[in-house]
Design a protein around this ligand. Structure first.
Ligand code: HEM
Length: 173
C-alpha cells in the first residue's frame, strides 16, 4: 500500500483524535510508525494501525475507515490537478476506474488499486460494484462522501455487503 495512505492516516489520527492517540496507536501496534510518501508498506501494517487505534479510542472500525476516506479525498484532490475536469459526485465516481486510477497507476506502477463498475445510473441514483483484494468498501464510502463535500452535494451511500461483488449505492438527496 502506498506510503501516502499511511502518512495521511497518521495525520488524520492526529487531527481527529489528538497527538496522544497517534503515540498510543503506534506504541500498541508495535510498529515503527515511520512512513514516507514515496514508500510502499504491507497492507497488514495499515490493518494493525487501524485496529490499535480502534481498541485504544473505543471507536468502531467502520467509523474510522469512513472518516478517514472523507479526509483522504480532500488530500487526494489537492494532489491530483485533473480533479477540476470533473463536475459532480456521479461524474467522479463513474470515472475513478477508467480515468483517475489509471492515471494513478501511471505515476505509481506498483499501486494496488480496486476496480469499480457502474451497474445502473439514473438522475438520482448510481449503483456500482467494488472489486478489490482488500475489504475497504467503507474507505470507498468515505471517499465518496468526501467527493460530496467537495462539490457541496447531499448524498447517502449504502453498502450491500451481501452481494458479490459488493455494491455501493449512491443516492442524491
Ligand atoms: C470517488 C473517488 C475515489 C474512490 C471511490 C477511490 C477508491 C479507492 C479505494 C477504496 C482504495 C483502497 C484500495 C482498495 O480498496 O483496493 C483506493 C486506493 C488508492 N487511490 Fe483511490 N479512489 C478515489 C479517488 C482517488 C483519487 C482522486 C486519487 C488521486 C490521486 C486516488 C488515488 C489512490 C491511491 C494512490 C491509492 C492507494 C493505492 C495503493 O495503496 O497501492 N484515488 N482508492
Amino acid at each position: 500500500m502506498k506510503g501516502m495512505v499511511f502518512t495521511e492516516f497518521v495525520e488524520f489520527v492526529e487531527n481527529r483524535y489528538g497527538f496522544d492517540a497517534v503515540d498510543g496507536m503506534i506504541e500498541d501496534s508495535g510498529l515503527s510508525g515511520v512512513y514516507t510518501q514515496a514508500g510502499n508498506y504491507p497492507f497488514e501494517e495499515m490493518v494493525t494501525l487501524v485496529v490499535a487505534l480502534c481498541e485504544k479510542q473505543k471507536v468502531e472500525l467502520v467509523e474510522v475507515l469512513e472518516k478517514y476516506g472523507e479526509y483522504l479525498f480532500g488530500k487526494l484532490a489537492s494532489l491530483y490537478p485533473n480533479i477540476n475536469k470533473f463536475s459532480s459526485v456521479f461524474d467522479i465516481v463513474s470515472h475513478v476506474d477508467n480515468i483517475i486510477h489509471p492515471e494513478v497507476r501511471k505515476l505509481y506502477p506498483d499501486a494496488d488499486l480496486p476496480s469499480f463498475r457502474v451497474v445502473t445510473q439514473t438522475e438520482n441514483k448510481l449503483i456500482m460494484e467494488y472489486m478489490s483484494n482488500k475489504s475497504l468498501q467503507h474507505l470507498a464510502k468515505g471517499l465518496i462522501l468526501g467527493v460530496a463535500q467537495y462539490y457541496n452535494e447531499n448524498i447517502v451511500v449504502n453498502i450491500q455487503e451481501d452481494s458479490n461483488p459488493i455494491l455501493l449505492e449512491i443516492i442524491k438527496s
